[in-house]
Design a binder for this molecule. Sequence first.
Ligand SMILES: Nc1ncnc2c1ncn2[C@@H]1O[C@H](COP(=O)(O)OP(=O)(O)OP(=O)(O)O)[C@@H](O)[C@H]1O
Length: 620
Amino acid sequence: MSRRRNRPLDQPPLQPPKKSPKTRFLNVLANTPKLVKLVWQAEPGYLLLSVIITLIRGLIPVTELYITKLVVDEVVANIGQLEAAGLTILGLVGLRFAISFLSEVANQVNNYSLQVLKDRFSIHANGVLIQQAIRLDLSHYELPEFHDTLSRAQQSGSDYPVRILGTLTGLLGQLVSFLSSIALLLRFSPWVMLLLLVTSIPALWASVKYSGRRFWLSRSQTQAGRRADYLQRVLTQNAFAKEVRLFRLGDYLLQQWMDIRRRFNNESAFLSRRFATVRGVAGTVANLGYYSAYGWTIVRAVQGTISIGDFTMYSGAFAQAQNVLQQILQSIAQTYEYNLYVSQYFEFLDLAPKVVEPPEPKPFPNPIRQGLELRNVSFTYPGASEPTLENLNLTVKPGESIALVGVNGAGKTTLLKLVTRLYDPSEGEIAVDGVPLSEIALQELRRNIGVIFQDFARYSLTAQDNIGFGDLSRRDDLGQIDAAAAAGGATEVIEGLDHGYETILGKIFAGGTDLSGGQWQKIGMARAFMSSAPILILDEPTAALDAIAESELFSRFRRLTEGRMTFFVSHRFSTVRMADRIVVLENHRIIEVGSHAELLERRGLYAKMFHLQASSYLEG
Ligand SMILES: Nc1ncnc2c1ncn2[C@@H]1O[C@H](COP(=O)(O)OP(=O)(O)OP(=O)(O)O)[C@@H](O)[C@H]1O
């Protein structure tokens, strides 16, 4: 995908921008070329087919009217002399039938090509959207505004582009049809055309206005809509099912869901009511235009200035021109409305990641010789008023294991997010052997880090995927997967599964087997050990493990981390002791660094926390 213009995620507007209506209208339509390009990239053949058929269909009504005129004139001129006119009339009726047949074929081919176009484009548009969602970084996912934008893009992206396309090709056909009717009607009177045009304008205005209001209403409902969707998930998904029942949350949350949905319905009904009168009046004005023109043709036919065939043709052409004009105006209003929605799709595609690839990437040092260095690293979460980390300095040698210790919220996980470049420091720099992490290609950096986070993912896929995802290039290497399972302490878990590595984990899919929290953690650990990356990150690796599993990990730890720089976070001091050095974080800063023995001797925060935990085990 091409690189896009940088646009940070701002609070998206909930009100129409303050511009003149004309500028706003044109701005909105400006998405159309972008969109046609997107569809053209996806399906040029079907797009072309659709356009050609539409053009043909546009010419059919006028041709039919003209033949009808010829038939009527022929009939009127030959009343009582069937032999004289029979053949000509038969030929004309045959021609009319052939055109109807052609029209039917064109309709069906058009339906088919639009359906195929819609299905194929929907995959393309969603593919582009997902590609963009993968490209964007973690910081986006942690902002509510991002989820609003994503949700709007998902709603708008798969459906509206094809709707616009349908409307646009329809518009093309309507224009052809309209122009050909005009060609007929100009012979009658240009003033009539003007009358039809002017009396149709209020209807266009009302439609555009109503479409715009509906769009801004739906946009202002995004966050509440997401809340309703969320409540629906809470009420229907496995992860919440236990608590919803035990805490009897069902009716309470359902009521909240109902309130939101009912409010939406009321707002929509209110808008519809407000516009009903306006649209009714506009429609009546348009009808007045038509009936005035119709009356005029009757007068001229009675005066004898036009033939009966002409009268049939003109009155048909008025009806058609009026009808097509309404359709054209309706299509313009619709294009406007759909463009508003599609702009939300492009709004999402225009977002740019904050963690960016270096223009000229440097290789990851292999092997690491000097180590990893934090130089005056500070970090503030987007939107936060206080820094989470402030002026950290630390050098970690290759092969060294570091335990991060601190109270809840001290910033341990945040530091690991910086090392993996899920975020970049707000100030300072992290470097491996002097090469800043920001100068190494993201893929390469991440290939060189094995990781399990505290909130690791539980994929409802096979056990093999759950472990193999740690190094996708070796997902099929069962030997490696076995070794990783052993390293993570997951061998027994796998042996207990009905179909071994083929077993689907979780309860979402048929045949799936759910695991206990500790068993999942062992699988997650195995995933981290799948790669032989020189840096290993284990965030709370033993939180869900029983005492035996923890002690087994302890005994394997040296061997597993030998030669690898390891960072781990733990609140269990039995785990923390495994580290070569312990780094203690408090109030955004590193306050102590040293081995277990050194820190005990220092009698600082570490010693205090350690004794507190130890005494709670020994007491009683
Ligand atoms: N995405 C985020 N946006 C804003 N603030 C965040 C975000 N994630 C964490 N924080 C804040 O940063 C601080 C540090 O969080 P972090 O998860 O790094 O702590 P931790 O030391 O790992 O805590 P714990 O021991 O509870 O796991 C907390 O105050 C938290 O509220």
